[in-house]
Each structure stands twice: as structure tokens, then as C-alpha cells.
Design a protein around this ligand. Structure first.
Ligand SMILES: NC(=O)c1ccc[n+]([C@@H]2O[C@H](COP(=O)([O-])OP(=O)(O)OC[C@H]3O[C@@H](n4cnc5c(N)ncnc54)[C@H](OP(=O)(O)O)[C@@H]3O)[C@@H](O)[C@H]2O)c1
Length: 195
């Protein structure tokens, strides 16, 4: 929904996934490919986990602002799928400001999550000069579109084109499961089988 409906992703476009080592981000990398993205760039904080997500290029956000900005500037992005917000996305917005006069290359940034922070400062120059467009993930969404997207995800999952890792925990162990911090891209599924 975020890529197709909110951002209007077209086949061949370049997608940047901010927060690609999480559950939603890993799925976003795969879904971008299934929707025909020409190139997928992934950001995260851990090189080993970034190497697993299947992107064409990766950016480690755990560097200083200047180095991160330079890393973002290595290429242009048509669509940004943003699960982070906060500092990394603020640096990204600053990095989009052109150094001199130039005709803007539109970047459609879709705000989906806030793992790195609920707020950021948007530099006026970024909106004025970069051509960036910022949307919420709910843009253009209605019941029909949601049902269509859900059916598409189910279909890809049934055919094995879309996979994701889960970790099962029994409901009786919920007190421990709730506090786990070692999941790193796996979704915790609580089961009640045999209880
Ligand atoms: N609106 C929606 O429909 C929707 C749908 C799905 C998800 N979301 C939101 O999207 C976000 C991610 O969800 P998720 O299920 O993928 O969570 P997750 O599995 O916990 O992944 C979180 C991601 O954010 C990164 N991260 C966490 N703190 C960070 C920080 N301070 N700086 C930079 N990166 C940081 C993590 O990197 P590490 O791997 O290094 O920890 C990981 O890539 C959440 O805010 C969630 O609520 C929204």
C-alpha cells in the first residue's frame, strides 16, 4: 500500500528502504522487487544484517551526520519507504538539498514508522529546492485498495515469492517473550497450541 498506492511506485524506479533490517523493512525490500523496482537501497545499523536483506546497495546509518549524508548522496531515489523518521530521515532530507542551482528530481517519501524517532526538523531548503514530496502511508487508501493489497500479499506468500521469518512463543511464556530484544527482523508469533 505504501509503495503502490501512497507513492505510486512505477516499474524500474529506485526505492530506498529506511530501516530495512526490521520485519517491515525486510518485507519492503522484497515487495519493492515484486512491484518491479529497478534498484533497491537498504539502510540499517548493522552491516551483517544489512547484507542479508537482498538489496542492491546498503547504507549503514550508524555513522556521523556528514558521512551519512554523503552516503545518501551516492544516488537518487524515486521512492523512500521510511520506517525510521528521526535522525536518519532528517539527514536524508538535508542530503537532498542540491549544492547549486539545479532542476529538482522528485523524491516521494512515504512516512510509515518511527523506529528512530517520532519527530524531526524539516529544513525549508529541502522542501523548496529538492523536489521532495512527503506523504503519509495512508495516502490514497480506501477499503477496496486495502483488500486488493492484502490479497496480493497473501497470493505472494502462498506462492512462496514473499517469505518472512517468524519466531514462535507460547502464550504461557508471554512474560519473557514480551521483553525479548533478540528478534532482529523476525516477527514474534504467540501461539496457544496445546495450552
Ligand atoms: N503504518 C503501518 O502500517 C506500519 C506497518 C509496519 C510497521 N510500522 C512501523 O514501522 C516501524 C518498524 O516496524 P518493524 O515491525 O519493522 O520493527 P522492527 O522489526 O523492530 O524493526 C525496526 C527497524 O528500525 C531500526 N531502528 C530501530 N531503532 C533505530 C534507531 N534509533 N536508529 C536507526 N534505526 C533504528 C532497526 O534496526 P536494527 O535492526 O539495527 O535494530 C530495524 O531496522 C515501527 O515504527 C512500526 O510501528 C508501521
Amino acid at each position: 500500500m505504501a509503495m503502490k498506492t501512497a507513492a505510486g511506485l512505477q516499474p524500474g524506479e529506485t526505492v530506498l528502504v529506511q530501516g530495512a533490517t526490521g520485519v517491515a523493512g525486510r518485507l519492503a525490500v522484497k515487495i519493492a522487487r515484486l512491484l518491479g523496482a529497478g534498484r533497491v537501497v537498504a539502510t540499517g545499523r548493522d552491516d551483517a544484517r544489512l547484507a542479508e536483506v537482498g538489496a542492491d546497495a546498503v547504507i549503514n546509518t550508524a555513522v556521523n551526520d556528514e558521512d551519512l549524508s554523503k552516503a545518501y548522496q551516492q544516488e537518487a531515489y524515486d521512492v523512500v519507504v521510511d520506517f525510521l523518521w528521526g535522525r536518519p530521515t532528517e539527514v536524508l532530507l538535508r542530503s537532498l538539498v542540491p549544492a547549486g542551482f539545479s532542476f529538482a528530481e522528485p523524491t516521494r517519501l512515504v512516512q510509515i514508522g518511527e523506529s528512530a524517532g517520532a519527530e524531526l526538523t524539516v529544513p525549508a531548503a529541502a522542501l523548496r529546492t529538492s523536489g521532495v514530496e512527503i506523504y503519509g502511508a495512508a495516502r490514497g487508501l480506501d477499503g477496496g485498495g486495502m483488500a486488493e493489497s492484502y490479497a496480493q500479499v497473501v497470493s505472494w506468500t502462498q506462492s512462496g515469492e514473499l517469505t518472512f521469518d517468524i519466531e514462535e512463543a507460547r502464550l504461557s511464556d508471554i512474560e519473557t517473550a514480551w521483553t525479548r530484544t533478540d528478534l532482529h527482523g523476525r516477527r514474534l508469533v504467540v501461539t496457544m497450541r496445546g495450552q
